[in-house]
Design a binder for this molecule. Structure first.
Ligand code: FES
Length: 138
């Protein structure tokens, strides 16, 4: 079945643990994706939107592993860093719920889940004119 979700969470699968050796094969993004998918599934309809969760290569936050991005049609994009699969999944689910509820995805650092405090690497306004097909904008 085709996934028509317009909300996405993308996890870097190239990040390595900070404490691991530079050539470590341990890539926490894979575990994070698995746990996040399970938690989002468990939360079900309380999230308010379907999220497609996938992995991607480096998102240029390599000094703050693991990085996670939220984006959606006509919404601000967020990039979080220092995300730990053992401690941050609950806050990521809470932020998914908050993000789904916001028309433009825009929110302040103080309104985001406390566990994500200091972990926001970027908040980028929506770029509707660049990303939407012309017929949608008429
Ligand atoms: S390796 Fe994950 S952000 Fe660069």
């Amino acid at each position: 079945m085709e996934n028509r979700s317009n909300h996405r969470i993308t996890v870097c699968i190239s990040c390595r643990h900070k404490t691991g050796a530079p050539d470590s094969a341990c890539r926490p993004g894979f575990e994070l994706i698995e746990r996040l998918r399970a938690a989002i599934d468990l939360a079900g309809d309380t999230i308010g939107a379907d999220f497609e969760i996938s992995g991607t290569a480096c998102m240029a936050g390599c000094d703050r592993p693991c990085t996670v991005a939220y984006y959606g049609s006509r919404k601000a994009t967020y990039l979080f860093g220092d995300i730990d699969a053992d401690t941050d999944v609950g806050d990521l689910v809470s932020f998914a719920r908050q993000y789904a509820s916001l028309d433009d995805g825009w929110c302040s650092s103080t309104s985001r889940p406390k566990g994500l405090s200091g972990k926001t690497l970027a908040r980028v306004p929506a770029a509707i004119l660049v990303t939407e097909p012309a017929e949608v904008l008429q």
